[in-house]
Design a protein around this ligand. Structure first.
Ligand SMILES: Nc1ncnc2c1ncn2[C@@H]1O[C@H](COP(=O)(O)OP(=O)(O)OP(=O)(O)O)[C@@H](O)[C@H]1O
Length: 318
């Protein structure tokens, strides 16, 4: 794989907790890659290690083929970064801060900054200290995108944004990805990544559980089907079909769950007169949580096992 981001055995251990435990990850160039996990899973730790803001206990990370520790300066030039806990210079206005950062970085078009601010509806002339959380987040996003970086690393990018602005953000991600940029974005909610990411990595208690294509997840997810027929049907009409389970027939109403392709089901249904049919979209969130529970129960890394060991892990740091 022509990787934009690659980690090998990347590990960060604190005295009481292994925040990240032997992470091997590859993100392809041009890919939009989601990184999900519950509070305290190790997402921010991974991102800080990639940014060389933290020193790994062992292992290494490369961005665009450059070791992040030895070639940090070269990496940063080609990178856009949004921190999970945004710290902005509060006294400046949005315009002043963005202009300052643009000068530091070089190669930033004023028109592009203005266009981004306009798109997100950011009031550029107000001091940052007067801005709402969402508006501060917009400043953070704009500074990450404004130099058209080859790689974007965004920690909880939609935090504080309303649904409309989340969509604006997703559109922007899709655009830069079409132009060849690689985007890694973390979240603790899958639904947020569903419409924007190509693949998603799941992490829990510092360990990588799985990397999946969103499409494959959707395809493999069970669908709940409910059909109302014009006349009563028999459970046997559906019970033996490939991938069908949980058949429940009451008179003309049939419900069941389908794993995999729907072809056999559609053909069996079509033998009767159909009044209505619904096939509930798979709940990806549930699917992921099932896997978390299954794998999490097998034991996490020492000192990082049960969610809730610290207030951070309980998500009490909101
Ligand atoms: N400086 C530190 N010293 C000790 N433990 C730390 C330190 N920083 C993070 N941790 C612990 O490492 C684990 C991973 O934290 P991290 O911030 O990477 O999680 P996260 O997935 O980003 O969570 P959230 O969604 O809550 O931001 C947590 O158990 C956290 O308490």
């Amino acid at each position: 794989m022509d990787a934009a981001i690659r980690t090998r055995d990347l590990t960060k251990a604190y005295p009481k907790v292994t925040a990240l435990d032997g992470l091997d990850l590859e993100v392809a160039r041009g890919e939009v890659f989601g990184y999900i996990g519950p509070n305290g899973a190790g997402k921010s730790t991974t991102i800080r290690l990639l940014l060389d803001l933290l020193r790994p206990t062992r292992g290494s990370a490369e961005i665009l083929g450059l070791d992040v520790r030895r070639r940090g300066v070269d990496v940063r030039r080609r990178l856009g970064y949004l921190a999970g806990e945004l710290a902005l210079y509060e006294e400046a206005t949005g315009r002043e801060l963005l202009t300052f950062l643009a000068r530091l970085r070089g190669g930033v078009g004023r028109a592009y900054v203005a266009a981004l601010a306009d798109r997100f509806g950011l009031p550029l002339e107000r001091p940052i200290r007067e801005l709402s959380k969402g508006n501060k987040q917009k400043v953070g996003l704009i500074q990450a995108f404004m130099h058209r970086p080859e790689v974007l690393i965004l920690d909880e990018p939609t935090s504080g944004l309303d649904p409309l602005l989340q969509r604006t953000f997703h559109e922007l991600v899709a655009e830069v990805s079409r132009d060849g940029a690689t985007v890694l974005l973390s979240s603790h909610v899958l639904s947020e990544l569903e419409h924007v990411a190509d693949r998603v990595a799941m992490i829990r208690a510092g360990r990588l559980l799985a990397v999946e294509r969103i499409e494959d997840l959707k395809r493999s997810a069970p669908r709940k089907v409910a059909v109302t027929f014009a006349a009563p049907v028999a459970a046997e009409d559906f019970a033996g079909l490939p991938g069908v389970s949980g058949v429940d027939v009451r008179g003309p109403l049939a419900r069941f769950t389908v794993h995999g392709g729907m072809d056999a089901v559609v053909k069996a249904v079509a033998r009767h007169e159909v009044v209505s049919l619904t096939a509930q979209e798979p709940e990806l969130e549930e699917l992921f949580l099932d896997r978390y529970d299954a794998k999490g129960a097998q034991g996490g890394p020492p000192g990082a096992a049960a969610p809730g060991a610290t207030s951070r892990e309980r998500g009490a740091d909101a």
